[in-house]
Ligand binder design. Structure first.
Ligand code: G4P
Length: 529
């Protein structure tokens, strides 16, 4: 097959949701269509199975959260589907955001009984900033749900996105009888089946068909007819172009647990979702089907397999064809390397990848010395700048509690910082140099501590620091910046007007930052400087 047709087959996306909305359940059902998972495999089984994959995922089990992200690939109909799993815990972390740089679309799962929750909102905003098209799955219609029109209204008011319902629910909770596919004019009647087995749609002419009115309680039927009439008048006009630009979200109602409405969503999603997008390097556009191979590292994870102590760097391929054993250059360092041990993850299985195309994700196993955001290409001029940097909102000192284990502490910390588990800062004026770390969410510190102890046998203690805001300091005129004196290795301290409650620190790249404990002091500092 040609590069163009390989790219045309690819769909790469992530599911975003608030914890408990049903992301794991939906993922599992989607995998059924790829012929991947046994019908019997329940969500809980999968969660437990996942947690046993590696030591440190114990943490997931203990706290009932998912801190790792996996990449799942399956073929469905003519498409190659790459589903990137985003960690879905309440404390959000940089890891989640990084995964979202590697997708071309997102499916947003909403618990129809609850509507938009805090985490949905945050993740939605990240997707929107990147202009990623968003598809909405209103889940759990088999339970009492909020009125479907209210849910659409909320999308508009809270997220500021127009919506176009592709199907419409016929009742909810015990009265949930199915969905009406607005495009095909078909009614899919819902029957509760054990384990959410597939059901063929019942083909009826339209909502006015007798078999539909007979299946619904009269009050529910009357309400649905009214809603549909209203929708025809007020709903956003469907436009594929607007969907692809992320201006309209197609909405699907269903129940992941019962596997109801999932296939409908998947089929429409694959038809509408964009193929792998070109990416920019400065002014240059790198097309996905170009001959040049390129990709970027969006996630690094060590010790996924505790018996092998391996490192896996996840590369999102942007252009060209990846072939096992090919050579490519890390364009940040200029190091040329042979890409030998390439793997693809499928649920719990790993298999060797011999060939992959734009949109695919390959896990490179081994010590390649990558950093998050690195570009790998056969053209040394391609350097993607896809990885957003986040301003940490919490800080902590990391103490080594056992001097005899200092080396393990240092090695472990170096590796985990390379993986981007937290951001290191340095306080040049401090009397004792204890590593100061910053993170977007405090869970990142817990993961760091846990992994240092379980994977590196280090003994560590976290001491939370008071800062919540960080500002990077730049001279308005770089010529005015103080010049380094001979022998000085760090950038000289910037010229700043005095302010209160301000601590100066250096980031990992040697840039000066100011740390504040609250908005008031940050605001005061900004007015002075
Ligand atoms: P998450 O990954 O987004 O955190 O959510 P997950 O899929 O784990 O789903 C959270 C809970 O919601 C699970 O129940 C799951 O079974 C349930 N759920 C998911 N989809 C539906 C649905 O369509 N209808 C109903 N009624 N429930 C749904 P749990 O009790 O936490 O776990 P389990 O014991 O059922 O596995």
């Amino acid at each position: 097959m040609s590069a163009a047709s390989e790219v045309a087959r690819r769909r790469t996306f992530a599911i975003i949701s608030h914890p408990d909305a049903g992301k794991t359940t939906l993922t599992e059902k989607l995998l059924l269509y790829g012929g991947a998972v046994q019908l019997a495999g329940s969500v809980t089984a999968r969660k437990n199975q996942r947690a046993t994959t590696s030591d440190w995922m114990e943490l997931e089990k203990q706290r009932g959260i998912s801190v790792s992200s996996t990449v799942l690939q399956f073929e469905y109909k003519d498409c190659v589907v790459n589903l990137l799993d985003t960690p879905g815990h309440k404390d959000f972390s940089e890891d989640t955001y990084r995964v979202l740089t590697a997708v071309d679309a997102a499916v947003m799962v909403i618990d129809a009984g609850k509507g938009i929750e805090s985490q949905t909102l945050k993740l939605f905003e990240v997707c929107r900033r990147r202009g990623v098209p968003i598809f909405t799955f209103m889940n759990k219609l088999d339970r009492p749900a909020r009125p479907p029109l209210d849910l659409l209204d909320e999308l508009e008011k809270v997220l500021g996105i127009a919506s176009c319902p592709m199907n419409w629910p016929l009742g909810d909770g015990v009265d949930f009888k199915g969905v009406f596919d607005r495009q095909s004019n078909q009614v899919h009647l819902f029957e509760r089946t054990v384990g959410g087995m597939f059901r063929a749609p019942v083909n009826v002419k339209g909502i006015e068909d007798e078999s539909v009115s007979n299946a619904l309680p009269p009050l529910v039927y009357a309400r649905v007819c009214e809603e549909l009439e209203l929708l025809d008048g007020v709903g956003a006009e469907f436009s594929l172009e607007k969907v692809r630009r992320g201006q309209i979200t197609p909405v699907f109602y269903g129940s992941a647990m019962n596997n109801f409405g999932v296939q409908m969503m998947l089929d429409s999603f694959l038809a509408m979702a964009p193929t792998p997008a070109p990416r920019l390097v400065g002014e240059r556009i790198v097309e996905p089907d170009s001959e040049t191979f390129s990709g970027f590292v969006f996630k690094i994870q060590a010790n996924m397999n505790p018996r092998h102590r391996d490192h896996v760097a996840f590369i999102r391929i942007v252009s060209g064809c990846f072939q096992r054993d090919m050579s490519a250059t890390n364009t940040r360092t200029g190091t040329k390397m042979r890409l030998g041990n390439s793997q693809r993850l499928f649920a719990q299985e790993r298999e060797t990848v011999n060939e992959a195309w734009a949109g695919d994700v390959v896990g490179l196993v081994g010590n390649y010395g990558f950093q998050i955001g690195d570009t790998l290409s056969d053209d040394p001029n391609i350097k993607y700048d896809e990885m957003p940097r986040f301003a940490p909102e919490c800080f902590a000192y990391l103490h080594n509690e056992n001097t005899a284990k200092f080396k393990r502490f240092r090695d472990g910390l170096d590796q985990l910082l390379k993986e981007g588990v937290a951001q290191p800062f340095e306080l040049p004026d401090a009397f004792v140099r204890i590593p100061l770390l910053g993170a977007v969410g405090p869970l990142q510190f817990d993961v760091l501590k846990y992994r240092l102890e379980s994977e590196y046998s280090a003994e560590v203690r976290l001491e939370y620091a008071p800062w919540t805001i960080v500002r990077w300091i730049r001279e308005k005129n770089p010529e005015d910046a103080p010049k380094p004196v001979r022998g000085q290795t760090t950038k000289p301290k910037p010229n700043l007007a005095a302010s209160y409650d301000t601590t100066l620190a250096l980031d990992a790249f040697g840039n000066w930052v100011a740390l504040f404990s609250d908005k008031v002091s940050a605001g005061y500092f900004e007015t002075k400087n």
